[in-house]
Design a protein around this ligand. Structure first.
Ligand code: ATP
Ligand code: MG
Length: 281
């Protein structure tokens, strides 16, 4: 049975009085269970929109997004999302934030069991000793960890990450990448990660989906990342294979820059249209 499938997916935004904006078109992608897929592309091409459709937060306006051959029609606990900026509730402790997710998904379990679940995930992301603190009392990296613990505490099959480490310093980002890679391996997770960080895409993923520029963006190329797991960061990043894949991503993004679609139609173009591809480190 197919796991996660995007079949001729398109998205057109229609909002009051404005001309329709066709953002994505003809997206075909099959993601296998346990796969780690990274998505890169210029700012505004529709990466977050694509992720939101898999999350069930946005509907596809063409084609279908299916999980195990059932069309996704809304959010579900088997698909958890972590955004770039944490979305912790400021009036709840770290534990309280994770408990919210656990309580929603495992409502039938006794309170002590639910609390043990939340604590177990906080321990896995190294936050157990900080679990009684409030979001304003912990660092940015710790907040992202809490967001990851909250997402994973629902025991999802699919983890959707939208630039999850974009706001963090390089060292914290590297640590969290390693944690997500470990959690992906330990829990048989399927991961779909949008990123602007090419090194992150190459280091973490099994495949890199490279999006064309929008509007009417589609998948330009898909790169296989053949490195064995577990991966050792420094030696991998110093290898020729890594440099080769990294260069292919950069070349793709630079080529896309030249293919920017002129604003010939009333379709809104994002502002700013093109950013330089971000490199880690
Ligand atoms: N709800 C909406 N209504 C109308 N247009 C929208 C809506 N959400 C997103 N868009 C437009 O869709 C396009 C793609 O947005 P999206 O956020 O998916 O891009 P992105 O690739 O994630 O960009 P970035 O890399 O900057 O995060 C943009 O032009 C954006 O303005
Ligand atoms: Mg985005």
């Amino acid at each position: 049975m197919k796991f996660l499938e995007l079949i001729s997916v398109g998205k057109t935004f229609r909002s009051g009085g404005k001309p329709p904006a066709e953002i994505l078109t003809g997206i075909d992608l099959h993601i296998e269970k346990g796969e780690f897929v990274a998505v890169i592309g210029h700012s505004g091409c529709g990466k977050s929109t694509l992720l939101s459709m898999i999350a069930g937060l946005e509907d596809a306006t063409a084609g279908s997004v299916c999980l195990r051959e059932h069309e996704i029609s809304g959010p579900g606990p088997e698909r958890a999302v972590v955004f770039q900026h944490h979305s912790l509730l400021p009036w709840r402790t770290v534990l309280g934030n994770v408990m919210l997710a656990v309580d929603a998904v495992f409502a039938r379990e006794a309170k002590a069991e639910r609390r043990a679940r939340a604590e177990r995930w906080l321990e896995k992301v190294g936050l157990k000793e900080h679990m009684l603190k409030y979001p304003h009392e912990i660092s940015g990296g710790m907040k992202q960890r809490a967001g990851i613990a909250r997402a994973l505490s629902m025991e999802p099959e699919v983890l959707l990450l939208d630039e999850p480490f974009g706001a963090l310093d390089a060292l914290t980002r590297a640590q969290l990448q390693d944690e997500v890679v470990r959690l992906h391996a330990e829990n048989g997770l399927t991961v779909f990660m949008v990123t602007h960080d090419i090194d992150e895409a190459v280091y973490c993923s099994d495949r890199i989906v490279m999006m064309n520029v929008g509007p009417r963006a589609s998948i330009g190329q898909i790169l296989d990342v053949p490195f064995a797991r577990p991966r050792e960061r420094i030696s991998l990043m110093e290898s020729e294979g890594f440099a080769h894949l990294r260069a292919r991503c950069i070349r793709f993004l630079y080529d896309q820059k030249g293919k920017q679609v002129p604003v010939a139609t009333p379709i809104p173009v994002p502002d700013p249209v093109v950013g330089e591809p971000a490199l880690a480190g």
